[in-house]
Design a protein around this ligand. Structure first.
Ligand code: NAP
Length: 450
């Protein structure tokens, strides 16, 4: 209490128990170690907008701090990690992959001129390079409204099967689904009866590939790195699973599996046909060295070899020399996106349709929180978890907002929060919240009634 002349002043403001903070970014000081990633406050709007503007031919002083034409600014909600991000941070990705973070789900907070596929307020998913931060600007062609979003550009209806997609589920989808659609649908043209070898089958790409193969009626032969992953992939309905870490054991197991499968499915064929059937039709490869060589030996005449790896892979000429019969594709979705963003917009629409019709469902996610105070659940823990290849499905980093319905308070925060509410409000009282439909108004209203 402060006494000033005849006036007595009492403190009317109390500190909120909710640790609201401003925009943050996961900054990478230099490549080489995960510990080089540091969470730090960042500017809003992002400072690199001016950098992006300066590359636009229409930029002038009036454009400072504005979005470039064709871009949109997202409040990032969740980031799906890819193995590429781990390699990027470790400095093991060939070339310059840019800042880590690509797969993203967020809410559009502003749009540049000429953008008509998304509008402010839409929840969108897609790619936003360098999205490990609260706000990121991206080419609007690289994002699309989530199924069930309000945008007129979204073909979805609120009754669609995918309308309850969580932010982290949406962030898990873009790269893995696009990769599998390109590799197995567009290039390998996987069909019913095909035998498809899927390496790292319990990862994001692996799970999406299994789903696709099962939908079209192809048989999956999967590889994994541990017994826990084996049990997981078996639970997805895959019968033939072997190791991703021991090339000799892999090849032996695969030969056994293929003759079992051959025996079960083609009892009436002659022996020549039988030998041809002891091979796979398609390889979805991401493993180098002896695993690659063994996979190639297991691929039948005229088979399709879809290479997803970056290091230690065959050049097309090398493959032509050693297996001229094989269709070989070294796929780089990141380069495809960079050289043709409009193609990726078409791909996002395709993914949305596949979700709406139930042809694909998001993989299980293992979620970490960007601003978690616990070292076990923060963004660095997410990178380390993926680096150790402990995950099954997708690793996702959430950037929750206190305005989110599912924002979680810690036990201590919950107690403080309840005490603050009791001391400041009267049970059964009536309160007027001005500007109640704004972000802060909604948070206050929810706080009053919870
Ligand atoms: N070219 C493209 O356009 C493109 C696009 C997307 C992904 N990819 C590549 O496709 C692969 C799968 O992608 P993803 O995002 O779904 O990754 P992921 O499968 O979730 O993670 C990579 C997996 O590789 C396996 N692995 C095998 N040997 C390993 C080793 N020595 N150290 C660490 N991991 C090892 C691990 O599974 P196990 O423990 O089961 O062996 C690990 O979980 C990755 O190599 C990725 O870079 C390429």
């Amino acid at each position: 209490v402060a006494v000033r002349g005849e006036h007595v002043y009492a403190a009317r403001l109390a500190k909120s128990a909710i640790a609201a903070r401003g925009a943050v970014e996961l900054h990478l000081s230099e490549r080489g170690a995960i510990s080089n990633l540091k969470l730090r406050p960042c500017a809003y709007p992002p400072l690199d907008l001016d950098e992006k503007n300066s590359s636009s031919s229409r930029a002038n002083d009036a454009d400072k701090g504005k979005l470039p034409p064709g871009a949109c600014l997202l409040r990032v909600r969740a980031v799906g990690l890819n193995f590429r991000d781990v390699l990027n941070v470790m400095g093991l990705y060939p070339g310059d992959p840019g800042a880590p973070g690509g797969d993203c789900c967020g809410t559009v907070v502003s749009v540049g001129s000429g953008v008509d596929n998304v509008r402010v307020g839409d929840d969108v998913f897609g790619l936003a390079p360098g999205c490990l931060q609260s706000y990121v600007a991206t080419d609007a062609r690289l994002v699309h409204p989530l199924p069930g979003s309000s945008s007129p550009s979204s073909s979805s209806s609120s009754s669609s099967r995918a309308s309850v997609l969580l932010h982290e589920q949406a962030a898990a989808l873009p790269v893995i689904t696009a990769t599998v659609q390109v590799a197995l649908v567009d290039l390998a043209r996987v069909k019913a009866g095909d035998r498809v070898l899927v390496h790292a089958a319990s990862g994001g790409v692996g799970m999406a590939a299994i789903q696709l193969c099962h939908t079209v009626g192809a048989t999956v032969f999967g590889t994994v790195g541990s017994d826990a992953k084996k049990a997981f992939v078996r639970s997805l309905g895959v019968k033939y699973i072997t190791t991703s870490r021991d090339a000799a054991a892999f090849e032996t197991d695969m030969n056994t599996f293929l003759s079992q499968h051959n025996h079960n499915t083609n009892r009436d064929q002659d022996s020549q046909q039988g030998a041809a059937n002891n091979k796979v039709d398609v390889v979805l490869n991401s493993l180098p060295g002896a695993m690659l060589e063994a996979s190639l030996r297991l691929l039948g005449h005229g088979g399709r070899f879809m290479e997803l790896g970056k290091r230690g892979i065959y050049s097309p000429a090398q493959m032509r020399r050693c297996r001229p019969d094989v269709t070989y594709e070294a796929i780089a979705v990141d380069h495809m996106v960079e050289s043709d963003p409009a193609w990726f917009q078409t791909m996002l629409k395709r993914i949305t349709r596949l979700l709406e019709t139930g042809f694909i469902t998001p993989p299980p996610t293992h979620a970490f929180d960007m601003t978690s105070a616990s070292g076990k659940h923060d963004a660095l823990a997410a990178f380390r978890f993926m680096q150790r290849a402990q995950h099954m499905g997708k690793v996702v980093i959430r950037l929750p907002s206190i305005a989110d319905n599912n924002y979680r308070l810690s036990g201590r925060q919950q107690t403080d929060n309840n005490e603050a509410r009791q001391s400041l409000t009267r049970g059964g009282g009536t309160y007027v919240v001005t500007g109640g439909l704004g972000g802060l108004g909604l948070v206050v209203a929810r706080w009053l009634v919870v």
